[in-house]
Design a binder for this molecule. Sequence first.
Ligand SMILES: Cc1cc2nc3c(=O)[nH]c(=O)nc-3n(C[C@H](O)[C@H](O)[C@H](O)COP(=O)(O)OP(=O)(O)OC[C@H]3O[C@@H](n4cnc5c(N)ncnc54)[C@H](O)[C@@H]3O)c2cc1C
Length: 200
Amino acid sequence: MPAPDVDSSSTSAALPPGMVLGPDGKPCRTCTDWKSWNKIGKEKGKKGSKSNADGAAGGATATAAAGAAAAGAAVAAGTGSATFNYEAECPPDKEILGRATWTFLHTMAAYYPDKPSPMEQSTMKSLLSSFSQFYPCGHCAEHLRQEMKVDPPKVESRKDLSWWMCGMHNKVNEMLGKDVFDCNKIDERWRDGPADGRCD
Ligand SMILES: Cc1cc2nc3c(=O)[nH]c(=O)nc-3n(C[C@H](O)[C@H](O)[C@H](O)COP(=O)(O)OP(=O)(O)OC[C@H]3O[C@@H](n4cnc5c(N)ncnc54)[C@H](O)[C@@H]3O)c2cc1C
């Protein structure tokens, strides 16, 4: 099992608040939100680093992109002669990775069979178990593994899996102080779209 990452608050190193270190002891982009990550770029910039290509980019451009990334928008930020689109061009931070992953997980649940075969149920359990080992935000994965021990995946039907996934996501929402999602709306959000047809 991969070693969990470490929040900067638990280390004595002079790291920006919110920065998380990966198991290799280096700053972990996929465990850190862009605003915290961006602070490293600013420090690098102060020290005269020439390159900001690793996404720890300092300066106004990256800050503008950080806002876009935090809002989940693929907004172009001016870089002088060119524009750059953070979400399209840069490796994901924790927020972008999280949104993309939840999109995949909820959509996968939404299209899971109503009556899965024993083999399909077993495959889904394996997939979720493997997923929780390799999700590239270590402390997120660790939290998920703990939750899955207490509340193992429900794979007996599409509805069971969709509601279980909704519950897992809500546990993370609650932990992060976000609104809890109404699981009665799971199919509307992830499969059917709203009744007024605006997504059709
Ligand atoms: C498995 C996993 C574990 C994570 N653990 C952590 C963690 O420990 N710490 C951390 O800081 N971040 C964690 N994240 C990231 C975090 O959950 C968010 O993805 C990220 O903060 C971006 O949040 P968001 O508000 O943009 O929307 P998200 O929470 O990513 O949600 C995306 C969309 O899903 C819909 N939605 C929201 N809640 C539900 C629900 N319950 N059921 C169905 N649909 C819903 C909404 O329409 C929302 O816009 C984790 C992500 C994943 C995939």
